[in-house]
Design a protein around this ligand. Structure first.
Ligand SMILES: [Fe+2]
Ligand SMILES: [Fe+2]
Length: 323
């Protein structure tokens, strides 16, 4: 990576130097990732019999029993995955196009692309939604772009992806677990997807951990800018708030899950134990270590004032959903 291939996100030389110095580390982590991964393909997990449609009919039958809360979780999981162009672009803009960082971006994108494909193939085969209503949301999400306020700081991208990979892993895994009783085919799909997210999480967590070692205070600053409130990529999707509320009410993903992810990462990176910091570094450390308690208070507040209410979504035919 050089400054030449970073046209859209000029970065300060100090951060750029760290990212360049980390290229061998990224290559090693990428090799470890490839050794760990299980490269599966969407059509290995779904009916692909071209002669007869009996297996498609089977999953369609099984999917009839899926509760609407699970359908909403599947919608949000699918839409989030379909936001991949935003993330491929962000990584390319922040990390350039000619280095091990961009090799990772391409490899990661190829893996992620299967997630949207397999979920979309499933929901279409199984007739989970009014598919055109869902496609309208997907279109709106891609067309509205996603520009988080990272201010040309690639460390924030790496902090964000660490948190976001874990969040998607949890959301897919919990959706899959809840599906199991009704629909083994989608549970199996979601187990494969969340397995990928777990490996991506490990990659980003290790990479950000290395940034922390090499450029501690700037890394702490980046973390502090990203961690208190993770901007979910889907927040531009029409009706996203209501969808994520249903997911929270079904205990599939919500503020408690996010709090746990934050606690886990602060502990893994040993943020509370970092020594040898300047006064500024200690201040950043203290503020970071206060985040879990703040998230807990927020979660308490949100969950306490929650009473069952009615939701309606056009992709579910506008029928009433009580959650
Ligand atoms: Fe994914
Ligand atoms: Fe992922």
């Amino acid at each position: 990576m050089t400054s030449d291939n970073r046209q859209t996100a000029p970065m300060d030389p100090a951060r750029l130097e760290v990212l360049v110095s980390m290229e061998p580390f990224v290559e090693a982590e990428m090799a470890a990732h490839v050794a760990r991964r299980n490269l599966w393909f969407p059509s290995e997990l779904l009916p692909r019999n071209t002669e007869a449609d009996t297996d498609v009919a089977e999953i369609r039958d099984a999917a009839r029993g899926l509760p609407d809360t699970i359908r909403v979780a599947l919608a949000i999981n699918l839409l989030t995955e379909e936001g991949l162009p935003h993330f491929h672009r962000l990584i390319a803009v922040y990390m350039g196009t000619e280095s091990p960082w961009s090799t990772w971006n391409n490899l990661w994108t190829a893996e992620e692309d299967r997630h949207g494909c397999v979920l979309r193939d499933y929901v279409r085969d199984a007739r989970v939604f009014d598919i055109i209503a869902l496609e309208r949301l997907q279109y709106a999400y891609i067309a509205s772009g996603f520009n988080p306020e990272w201010e040309h700081d690639a460390y924030r991208l790496l902090a964000y992806t660490s948190l976001q990979e874990r969040a998607t892993q949890v959301a897919h895994a919990n959706t899959g677990r809840t599906c199991g009783r009704y629909e083994p085919a989608i549970q199996r799909v979601l187990a494969h997807v969340s397995g990928d997210e777990a490996r991506h999480f490990k990659f980003y967590r290790n990479v950000f951990g290395e940034v922390l070692k090499r450029d501690t205070e700037r890394a702490l600053y980046a973390l502090l800018r990203v961690m208190p409130a993770l901007a979910m990529p889907g927040h531009t999707i029409p009706n996203y708030e209501a969808m994520s509320e249903v997911m929270m009410r079904a205990d599939i993903y919500g503020p408690r899950h996010y709090q746990k992810i934050v606690e886990e990462l602060l502990a893994f990176w040993k943020i509370g134990e970092l020594g040898g910091l300047t006064a500024v570094g200690r201040e950043l450390q203290d503020r970071l270590m206060c985040i879990p308690a703040r998230l807990e208070r927020m979660a308490d507040y949100i969950l306490k004032k929650m009473h069952p209410r009615e939701f309606r979504f056009d992709f579910l035919g506008d029928r009433a959903l009580i959650a």
